[in-house]
Design a binder for this molecule. Structure first.
Ligand code: BV8
Length: 222
């Protein structure tokens, strides 16, 4: 099983979450990635995600995404790819069946009826269903802090059966993803971390290799 985080998309030009100032593109996480922040100021949240949605459509997958797509073809059906990222770079590199545990930036969801649709533009101007009206009815189809991530049952099954658990490009700060390595290790998996810097979970891995995903992942895959 492979878990990816923002670091795998960094070399494609997608900003990671925790810059030195701890702000996320100039915003406090609480203001733009929580249901409370959205209820308080939907306009600002839409602007934040509209900007990320526009930028992600201008970047390309990098060598790390492409190496994982090759691996999926070699291990047909045997590789579970879970990502914390909401970009579509794994799909665009050719990975099938990507489990987006924190949702997808290019999808929107209706707060009234739950309908999910693809969305590439300004979400505050999109219309999705007749149950909807007003700017806070449509939200990004992403998991905010305090919300339940998607695909947890499927992920737990994969963690239980994995021979390998490989974590790529994540700081290991956000749960439940940050706890996956312990679950996999307890179930007998070999664990490997590929990351630019030591993460909060580095001490738990059998092996931790430091470097850029664009170099480490192809070297590991090939
Ligand atoms: C939940 C989507 C209830 C939105 C995101 C214990 C158990 C359960 C929950 C909690 C817990 N303790 C606290 C919590 C609550 C909370 C949490 O974890 N808070 C943290 C801050 C302590 N968790 C939640 O609220 C989650 N939901 O708990 O539901 C529940 C209870 C029990 C069991 C299940 C559920 C929901 C969290 C999801 C929030 N949504 N994103 C959006 O994207 O807009 S989180 C967001 O930050 C990302 O999705 C990502 O997951 C997360 C962490 O970011 P990373 O991907 O790690 O990125 P980061 O910038 O931090 O690090 C980048 C890394 O890459 C760095 O290490 C860097 O060195 C490296 N790097 C950089 N460049 C490169 C590189 N590596 C390689 N190559 C490079 N070139």
């Amino acid at each position: 099983m492979v878990l990816t985080g923002a670091g795998i998309s960094a070399e494609s030009g997608v900003p990671v979450f925790r810059g030195d100032d701890g702000l996320w593109e100039g915003h406090r996480v609480e203001d733009v990635a929580t249901p409370e922040g959205f209820a308080r100021d939907a306009e600002t949240v839409h602007r934040f995600y509209n900007g990320r949605r526009a930028r992600v459509q201008e970047v390309e997958p990098n060598a790390a995404h492409e190496a994982l797509a090759r691996l999926a073809r070699e291990w047909s059906g045997e590789l579970t790819l879970v990502t914390q990222n909401i970009d579509d770079l794994h799909e665009r590199a050719g990975s099938p069946d990507v489990l987006h545990m924190h949702g997808e930036l290019l999808k929107s969801r209706c707060n009234e009826c739950g309908a999910v649709r693809s969305c590439t533009g300004d979400l505050s101007r999109a219309s999705i269903c007749d149950a909807c009206e007003g700017i806070d009815c449509l939200r990004p189809h992403v998991v905010w802090f305090g919300e339940m991530p998607f695909h947890l049952q499927e992920i737990e099954r994969a963690l239980d059966q994995a021979d390998w658990f490989v974590s790529i490009g994540t700081s290991g700060r956000v749960y439940p993803a940050a706890g996956f390595v312990r679950v996999a290790a307890a179930a007998g998996a070999r664990t490997l971390e590929l990351n630019l810097d030591p993460s909060e979970q580095s001490g738990v891995f059998d092996e931790s290799r430091l470097g850029r995903a664009g170099e480490l992942v192809p070297a590991w895959v090939d």
